[in-house]
Design a protein around this ligand. Sequence first.
Ligand code: FAD
Length: 513
Amino acid sequence: MDESSQAADYDILIVGGGINGCGIARDAAGRGFSVYLCEMNDLASGTSCAATKLIHGGLRYLEHYEFRLVRESLLERETLWRSAPHIIWPLRFVLPHHAGLRPAWFLRLGLFVYDHLGGRKLLPATRTLDLRTDPAGEPLKGEFHKAFEYSDCWVDDSRLVVLNARDAAKKGAHIETRMRCVAARREAGIWRVTLRDETTTRIQDVTARLLINAAGPWVSHVLSQAIGQNETAAVRLVKGSHVVMPRLYDHDRCYIFQNADGRIIFAIPYERDFTLIGTTDIDYEGDPGEVTASDTEIDYLCAAASEYFKKPITRNQMVWSYAGVRPLYDDGAGSAQEATRDYVLRLQNGEGEPPLVNIFGGKITTFRRLSESVMKMVEKTLGKRGPHWTASAKLPGGDFPVMGFKTLCGELGKSFPFLAQDHIFRLARAYGTETRTILTGIENASGLGRHFGGTLYEAEVRYLMENEWARTAEDVLWRRSKLGLRVTQDQTTALNLWMTQAADAPALKAAQS
Ligand code: FAD
């Protein structure tokens, strides 16, 4: 290593504050590397807030022989559940047998492989259901008699991102939101990265020994526009949409429905009062930041669910829809749904040049393993620092037993008797043991401060602004929480105004710095 490369501001600069960028920042900072992460918008404002939110092996990927990916993902389920049992929890999936589609023996075989491929210790095994007697059959059409029930996990995707960022920051990483990487050039053995503050338009340069391009659907854009290299063929953008309906059934299991076109969709209990239905798979060519669910996709999802539910699902029931773009590695597959969901890492490390790692593809489920693989590349070029450590570590607020969520809610209820049960439940789900930090010193309901709608009060908003990089009402209502489903437009406007004023207050500025 020459002297100039030691003079860089940071060891590693990461472009992109989605799950992959934040996961890598956390792992690297925990090993002792100095890390700077820039995110051009809010954390998790790209694909990482638009997932189906499953920590899953991907039963469907077995049909495409993606055994490596399925095994790694299955192994991750319990590891991630243990690390953050407030935002990750087990779900049972009901897969009805459809007489005209995949035969029952084929489904059973796939689930046998699924059960045995990846280190299941706590999650229950597959069982067969008689839908004529099991409550899971109640909301379905009478023609569905038989189903299989198996395990996967649920995750609050955007909170997983912010908890990784928080842990990274606790370990010394510098996380900067609303900061766009506009250029990156190699200069005297290090990277000189030009950043634009999206709020003030101020330009600044930061130097680093290694650059990681974790820009998700923008990975090729960063390569071509900021770094000046063309590798557009490596990424395939595949859009997926979801619709949210008022709760469609009473139990807490999910459905996985097969469609006649060979695809599958999920119907999942969502935010207590809703059902989430998704997703679609459509090749996409526009700006990933502008993606929305189209009428055709909404109709497709309603029709696919109506094939199974007794009561038809219609678009006029819909309370919300969202869409995201999968940044898949382009393996030349025919249809969008066949394109690999596995990740591919590309290290550019020419003689005397500072290294660049580009990330293509990846799932929420595999972010921790992806981060470990990236760290191997980092260590190969920058040298080894600390050991790998994330497999047994807790994320902020997750330091309670995997089966201990009810106990946590009970204890919080005793400590803060002035809070309604649904309020405690929501806070415990979002913040786990850190709920106490938000409520420290508050002794009655008026101590929560101004009410913004739903169960949102000033104390929580201040916490989000001081500790979780929240700047706008959208950050709070749609990414740090899903309270957007429960507040009015007027309440959103009032929250925005309050946050703008609070951000200028000296006390908040001091807390943030
Ligand atoms: P992103 O989350 O998009 O992050 C990239 C970030 O880079 C963005 O926030 C962007 O603003 C930022 N950025 C871009 N350019 C710049 C720049 N120049 N400067 C600074 N910042 C920049 N996975 C699962 O495991 N389970 C699921 O159930 C699941 N369901 C899915 C359903 C759908 C419909 C979709 C679309 C994906 C799903 N996934 C699922 C996949 C998963 O969501 C993605 O693989 C993952 O979120 C990608 O994360 P990322 O960090 O690579 O990208």
